[in-house]
Design a protein around this ligand. Structure first.
Ligand SMILES: Cc1ncc(COP(=O)(O)O)c(C=O)c1O
Length: 418
């Protein structure tokens, strides 16, 4: 067991914790035990490798094709190692750093460069040094760029990215990347004319709640494949598979898989075509919770030691309500819940998360809040703005901390919080 900190100066050292990249030090039955043992001054990620392993195994078993983990969602090596232990060998990478991370760490892993706009040097290094053979694109100039930087290699698969309509996704990714049906047809023909293999990919948007969004995207993919007449070796249905948050309970993965199976274009059922997906959030969200400390209570507002410039930007920009509960070292908070809003630690008044979040009504300074579903797009988006950088990990062995309907504010409590 790590020792409690002896004094304030020591509290700034990573004693008893692990810095990112070095694994999680300290293992506890759950976040409450960690809080009682350490009483941490800084935010702590409670990492659950058993949850990550099981989630990876379930996804791979359920999906009728190759499952690429989207590294951007959480590139922290201890998380990627746990997914790897759960059977993930294929990685959607968007930068040379991500390519290097997986290729240097796992000799038998495969990386696919799925960012449609790449630096020339990154293409070269990925191809020649790391053996990457799949590159995404959505513009003729990017096709020319990849050809130039790989010496017109004929062992490259060009993954043409199709733009899909904004559906029920919390984050729309279609505005920035992808081209329409006609653009995809032109690109596929150009790929074929240049002697390379072709693939087709899309992304329906992150945290997409409706399986029918994949059916819509696959109908467009069918138009592209029929219209071009170009055989593809890969159809990649992207990421976007959702995780549950408070008030957002998506259908089970099977419903997404069924929608994809039913809408699969004939060309994608051909023996030479592989089906891929690139989940991020759905694989890692439940793999960690985050424990923050309450530094001050001002009526219905709690000032905490992490915020939108740290791990919690999704609380503000996506309006996602993560599951939360109050932990009190050496005591028990009230079982009665009341609505609260949160302020992050920086001096920016934009650093606020309105919620409302239902927390023990007697929450007070020195209490901790465990925030569940904190494995996806949290630590990846951290900054050290104002000198606050959450970077401490411990391992916990309890089940994932998931949202429940009881965490939802009722109409009356939400009104009281306004
Ligand atoms: C190309 C690509 N693939 C996969 C993902 C992962 O998406 P998600 O975390 O929603 O599954 C993203 C996210 O931005 C992406 O841009």
């Amino acid at each position: 067991m790590p020792m409690p900190f002896a004094n304030t100066a020591d509290q700034l050292l990573p004693t008893g914790y692990a810095a990112p990249g070095s694994g999680a030090a300290g293992r506890y039955p759950d976040a409450a035990a960690m809080v009682s043992a350490i009483r941490p001054d800084q935010p702590i990620y409670c990492f659950r490798p058993h949850v990550l392993r099981a989630t990876a195994r379930n996804f791979i078993d359920a999906f009728p094709g190759r499952v690429l983990y989207a590294v951007k969602c959480n590139a922290e090596p201890i998380f990627v190692d746990a997914l790897r232990d759960g059977g993930v060998c294929d990685f959607d990478t968007a930068s040379l750093t991500e390519v290097a991370l997986v290729r240097d760490r796992y000799a038998d892993s495969r990386a696919y460069f799925m960012h449609p706009v790449k630096q020339r040097g990154a293409i070269r290094e990925a191809y020649y040094r790391y053996g990457v053979r799949h590159f995404a694109l959505d513009h003729p100039d990017e096709l020319a760029k990849i050809r130039q930087e790989t010496g017109d290699a004929d062992d490259v698969t060009m993954m043409v990215r199709l733009a899909t309509p904004r559906g029920a996704a919390v984050y729309d990714l279609g505005g920035k990347f992808g081209t329409d049906v006609a653009g995809c047809i032109d690109l596929l023909r150009a790929v074929q004319a240049g002697g390379q293999k072709a693939g087709l990919c899309f992304h329906v948007g992150s945290q997409c709640l409706t399986p029918s969004s994949w059916a819509t995207a696959l109908r467009l993919a069918d138009e592209v494949l029929r219209g071009s007449g170009v055989p593809v070796s890969v159809l990649d249905v992207g990421g976007g598979f959702p995780a549950p948050y408070v008030g957002l309970y998506p259908p089970p993965l099977d419903a997404y898989v069924a929608a994809i199976r039913d809408a699969l274009p004939d060309a994608a059922r051909a023996p030479g075509c592989e089906l891929w997906c690139e989940p991020g959030r759905a694989l890692v969200a439940a793999g960690a919770s985050l424990v923050v400390r309450v530094e001050l209570r001002r009526a219905g507002f709690l000032y905490i030691n992490d915020g939108i410039y740290g791990s919690l930007s999704d609380l503000k920009y996506a309006g996602l309500r993560f599951p939360m509960r109050v932990l009190r070292a050496g005591g028990r908070p009230s079982g009665r819940l009341a609505p609260f809003s949160l302020f992050g630690p920086t001096c920016d008044s934009a650093d606020v998360m309105e919620g409302p979040y239902m927390l023990a009504e007697d929450v007070r300074e020195g209490d901790y809040i465990e925030i569940g579903q904190a494995g996806a797009y949290t630590l990846e988006l951290r900054t050290d703005f104002n000198g606050f950088l959450p970077d401490r990990f411990v391992e916990v062995t309890d089940p994932a901390f998931l949202p429940m309907p009881a965490m939802e504010p009722t109409e009356a409590t939400a009104r009281a919080a306004e």
